[in-house]
Design a protein around this ligand. Structure first.
Ligand SMILES: *[C@@H]1O[C@H](CO)[C@@H](O)[C@H](O)[C@H]1NC(C)=O
Ligand SMILES: *[C@@H]1O[C@H](CO)[C@@H](O)[C@H](O)[C@H]1NC(C)=O
Ligand SMILES: *[C@@H]1O[C@H](CO)[C@@H](O)[C@H](O)[C@H]1NC(C)=O
Ligand SMILES: *[C@@H]1O[C@H](CO)[C@@H](O)[C@H](O)[C@H]1NC(C)=O
Ligand SMILES: *[C@@H]1O[C@H](CO)[C@@H](O)[C@H](O)[C@H]1NC(C)=O
Ligand SMILES: *[C@@H]1O[C@H](CO)[C@@H](O)[C@H](O)[C@H]1NC(C)=O
Ligand SMILES: *[C@@H]1O[C@H](CO)[C@@H](O)[C@H](O)[C@H]1NC(C)=O
Ligand SMILES: *[C@@H]1O[C@H](CO)[C@@H](O)[C@H](O)[C@H]1NC(C)=O
Length: 504
């Protein structure tokens, strides 16, 4: 069969031709765990459930993802609380937070305490979950860190905890906040990594691996992955164990974040593009490059932005764009329990596994998905469960349209088309539509599509994926799946929505 030319043309705008019969030269392999999750320490018990009582809602909403992509998201347990943790063998399961007072009910909590059972909680997570645990580097207290590491490895005999696997160990979170350069960080990291390796008797060549970097910021002349990899951190047994380097990234500060920042196609692209040379350098050293902590806005998210429909649009584009740059995973940060800082709205979570969670100024009555959860569904379905799909961007000369092709066995099988034109609660008139012309769709190509419907970019409720609502008590979808047939290669895509086209 002769390869046919496939063009995504936006009426009135420029278009790009791709040969659909083969992968584009610059496609990247998709990790089935592209959309993963990161949890602050005190949130683990909420997401996983108490020991022996797995959280059913977590299992349900992750099952929706597994059905599409074959594997559950990876879970990283770390973040600011990782570097505020003391190990205390008397703490029973949950994180112990410093007590509040009537005047200051949620004091800024610079010290938290965990005991051995804390590290067992992850066994409640869905089967085939891989986890990353973070241990404390900031306190510069080896006794403390070894207490944590020993309890962690005891909780994972042979690297496993039932069907949950300890994939990575992270030593220190955002060390650029407490070291004055990559050299001092690398030398202290190596000392801690050596002592941990000895204490828990790690065997060279066997898991888990180490993850390094985890920088909050990025500076080509100071803290960058490239500069880190030139310090000598990769040498010796501890260096050989590093297989992943991690950078953190947010779109901005929770105090100032807006929906229009999230819907700015150029902004997320330029932010991600700043990591290109680091990614290439890490890959040249045989390392995987990830965004080990990311989300819309730091400090818990921005009320009226991080909990809105816009996040579903943003996170879908952001994760897929990251994948085209060979960022293997994007770990979206979550924190549902207050206590990490005095005011912590935690509006950026993917889902709330329990009730009584404060989101912005309101409190949830029961477990529920957040708008951003829909990005996990769309991305999971776009990746598929082959483990071998590849992605490349189909560049669109539009400020609003972003598009990605997904190839399997060299054949274009799916196309994600994202329309980030804002449609907000205050918008008037009829909702704008952009007509996308798929050129190369012949009478012999059957193409169908599903739509992510977002009522308004700045509203949290009412989203549907392929006609189904996930805002149910169980987290399982309600309603019938709606799939439409592409006619004459044309699709009208409403402002603030996404379509996933399948070529049969
Ligand atoms: C992949 O190649 C296309 C076509 O040459 C180009 O437009 C696009 O920017 C490339 N993508 C990356 C991530 O380099
Ligand atoms: C170091 O950690 C241990 C164990 O958590 C603790 O008992 C000790 O007080 C810590 N040392 C300092 C200087 O904080
Ligand atoms: C590098 O960053 C650290 C932490 O932000 C800072 O203390 C230090 O002065 C910086 N060094 C240089 C050379 O800019
Ligand atoms: C860390 O390891 C060094 C040797 O590599 C050893 O001298 C030191 O006692 C260890 N520290 C702790 C706290 O175990
Ligand atoms: C992407 O990264 C992986 C390591 O995670 C590497 O094996 C692969 O060669 C990289 N792909 C490209 C296209 O650079
Ligand atoms: C969020 O939006 C509501 C409704 O428009 C508004 O009343 C409220 O002030 C906004 N809150 C913040 C923190 O911007
Ligand atoms: C939410 O709380 C903040 C801080 O107390 C306040 O500034 C804001 O107006 C509140 N928003 C709503 C919608 O009540
Ligand atoms: C798209 O919208 C245009 C303008 O309303 C209409 O003429 C066309 O028939 C629509 N196409 C499809 C495939 O719905």
């Amino acid at each position: 069969m002769a390869p046919w030319t496939f063009t995504i043309g936006i009426i009135g705008l420029a278009s790009l031709a791709l040969v659909a019969g083969q992968n584009p030269a610059n496609s990247t392999l998709l990790d089935q765990r592209l959309c993963s999750m990161s949890l602050e320490f005190q949130s683990l018990e909420y997401y996983a459930g108490e020991l022996g009582h797995p959280n059913q809602f977590t299992h349900n909403v992750i099952q929706n993802i597994v059905q599409r992509v074959g594997l559950p998201p990876a879970m990283r347990i770390g973040g600011n609380t990782q570097d505020r943790t003391y190990f205390d063998s008397s703490v029973d399961i949950a994180v112990r937070l410093p007590a509040g007072t009537a005047a200051v009910p949620n004091p800024t909590q610079m010290q938290i305490y965990v005991g051995p059972k804390f590290f067992q909680l992850s066994e409640n997570l869905p089967k085939n979950t891989v986890v990353t645990y973070g241990v404390n580097l900031k306190f510069d207290n080896l006794t403390d860190t070894l207490g944590e590491a020993t309890a962690l490895f005891n909780a994972f005999p042979h690297g496993n905890q039932g069907s949950v696997k300890l994939e990575l160990l992270e030593i220190g979170n955002e060390p650029d906040f407490y070291f004055n350069g990559v050299d001092s960080y690398a030398s202290q990291w190596t000392e801690f990594a050596k002592n941990i390796s000895q204490a828990v008797k790690l065997v060279p060549g066997q898991g888990p691996a180490f993850q390094a970097g985890d920088f909050a910021g990025h500076s080509a002349s100071n803290f960058s992955i490239t500069r880190l990899l030139n310090t000598g951190i990769l040498s010796g047994d501890t260096g050989a164990r590093i297989n992943t380097v991690s950078q953190h990234m947010y779109m901005g500060d929770g105090a100032t974040g807006t929906v229009s920042t999230l819907l700015n196609k150029g902004l997320s692209r330029s932010k991600l593009a700043s990591f290109k040379s680091d990614i290439a350098y890490a890959n040249s050293k045989g390392l995987r490059y990830i965004l080990g902590e990311t989300n819309s806005f730091y400090n818990g998210g921005a009320t009226n932005a991080s909990n809105t429909g816009a996040t579903a649009i943003w996170a879908t584009d952001y994760s897929l764009q990251a994948a085209t740059l060979n960022i293997s995973r994007t770990y979206y940060h979550n924190n549902i329990a207050s206590g990490y800082q005095a005011y912590y709205p935690a509006v950026y979570n993917i889902f709330e596994p329990v009730g009584n969670v404060v989101i912005g100024n309101s409190t949830t009555a029961r477990p529920q998905v957040q708008p951003q959860y829909h990005a996990f569904l769309v991305v999971a379905e776009a990746i598929g469960n082959s483990g071998k799909s590849r992605i490349a961007e189909l560049p669109a000369a539009s400020d609003y349209i972003a598009s990605y092709g997904i190839w399997e066995k060299g054949k274009l099988v799916r196309i994600v088309i994202i329309n980030s034109q804002p449609w907000v609660y205050a918008s008037t008139g009829s909702r704008p539509v952009i007509t996308v012309q798929l050129q190369g769709i012949t009478k012999h190509t059957k193409a169908t599509y599903k739509t992510l419907y977002v009522p308004h970019a700045d509203i949290a409720q009412g989203l549907t994926w392929a006609g189904q609502s996930y805002a149910t008590e169980s987290g399982f979808p309600s309603g019938r799946v709606v799939q439409e047939v592409v006619k004459d290669g044309q699709i009208n895509i409403s402002a603030t929505s996404i379509v996933l086209v399948s070529l049969h």
